[in-house]
Design a binder for this molecule. Structure first.
Ligand code: DAH
Length: 366
């Protein structure tokens, strides 16, 4: 009996003083393990007379149950406090970025659109939009491009199935249809009648069946349109000189206006910027060579008339240029197709910081 009460008090005290789960497990093994004190008592049962065995066996079993209960209770207390202290020390810092910071970049096309918008924004232009899937009338007819004009031919244009009402549809071949969409807007008619001036730029996607190092089936343009009662060719020239010098960040960049032809302008001019070639490398700026970068002209009276306005009252200028092309020239990118390959190494090299918004006062590009 003495044995029992000693074993009992020692076992219960080992359980209650165990300070962690490992110490508690050691206490359990010391009592209930293969060589444990209670296990030892169980082993003696076989050598007892049946009567004694029954009586002593019941006591040992009761002791075993008591100790197991104490173990369970202590285990759950220690388990809860260990969990609490782990939760306390293993903090998850939710402010840590899941990925390394600063890995993403702005695509050069988006960057150049923003640079262009920053410059024209300073001149009072707003950004206008139109659909990529355009009807034949806005893309061609409204812009004074007759049905037999080569620009309509299958090799240039992606033709789509006609709409249910029979309207022929295309993927727009230029951003110019947004000129017509804007000039047709009754709010714009009212603004012009009130003596206002229309100034929009239209950056966006354009499509032609073409594919080589300098042409892709999808590319980008920015259109510009100014219309009111007084805008003349001098404004066209001043506006585009200012734009090109600001965009290329070269104050004395020479420009050349060359007579040209577009169905939607009269007169029309193509604009070249000065450049030079040294060891096969292009340098933009005063030099002995010229690079064509945009088309422009005074809006053709037929276009103004097609949009429900009187060409005897309103006049203005328009221009259009390839965003991809001016991005390639400014940032020294020589294969247009790389723009659309989504190669992360290329994007990291040519991409821009998303945190630096282009502006004329803070700086446009890098
Ligand atoms: N739409 C012409 C093109 O895609 C570019 C252009 C030239 C637009 C002259 C104009 C313009 O608005 O006046 O080649």
């Amino acid at each position: 009996m003495d044995d029992l009460s000693t074993i009992r008090s020692e076992a219960l005290s080992a359980v209650s003083t165990a300070t962690d789960l490992a110490a508690l497990e050691a206490a359990r093994v010391a009592v209930l393990g293969k060589k444990g004190s209670v296990t030892g008592l169980m082993k003696t049962l076989g050598g007892l007379a049946p009567d004694q065995r029954k009586e002593f066996g019941a006591k040992v079993n009761q002791l075993k149950g008591e100790i197991e209960q104490a173990l369970d209770a202590r285990r759950s207390t220690l388990g809860a406090s260990e969990l609490a202290s782990r939760l306390n020390s293993d903090r998850v810092d939710v402010s840590l970025p899941a990925r390394p910071e600063g890995q993403g970049t702005l695509h050069p096309i988006g960057q150049v659109m923003d640079e262009v918008a920053a410059i024209f924004g300073e001149m009072g232009f707003t950004w206008a939009d139109g659909p990529d899937i355009e009807d034949d009338w806005h893309n061609f007819t409204a812009l004074n491009i007759p049905p037999d004009h080569p620009a309509r031919q299958m090799q240039d244009t992606f033709y789509l199935p006609s709409r249910a009402d029979g309207t022929p549809m295309v993927l727009r071949t230029h951003t110019s249809p947004v000129q017509a969409r804007t000039m047709l807007n009754p709010d714009v008619h009212k603004m012009l009648a009130d003596g206002g001036s229309l100034r929009i730029i239209v950056p966006g996607r354009t499509y032609r069946i073409d594919n080589d190092a300098t042409h892709t089936p999808m590319f980008h343009q920015v259109e510009g349109l100014v219309l009111d009662r007084a805008t003349h060719m001098g404004h066209l020239k001043g506006c585009l000189v200012d734009f090109c010098r600001a965009f290329f960040e070269i104050d004395d960049l020479p420009l050349r206006f060359r007579p040209s032809y577009f169905p939607f302008t009269e007169p029309s001019a193509e604009v070249d910027i000065g450049c030079s070639w040294k060891d096969g490398e292009l340098r933009i700026g005063a030099g002995d060579s010229w690079l064509e970068i945009l088309g422009s002209g005074m809006v053709h009276p037929n276009v103004i008339r097609n949009c429900g306005l009187d060409p005897a009252v309103y006049q203005g200028f328009a221009f259009g240029m390839g965003i991809d092309r001016i991005a390639m020239l400014k940032y020294g990118i020589n294969d247009l197709r790389a723009f659309f390959d989504s190669d992360l190494r290329w994007l990291r090299h040519y991409g821009f910081s998303a945190l630096e918004w282009p502006s004329l006062t803070q700086g446009l590009g890098r």
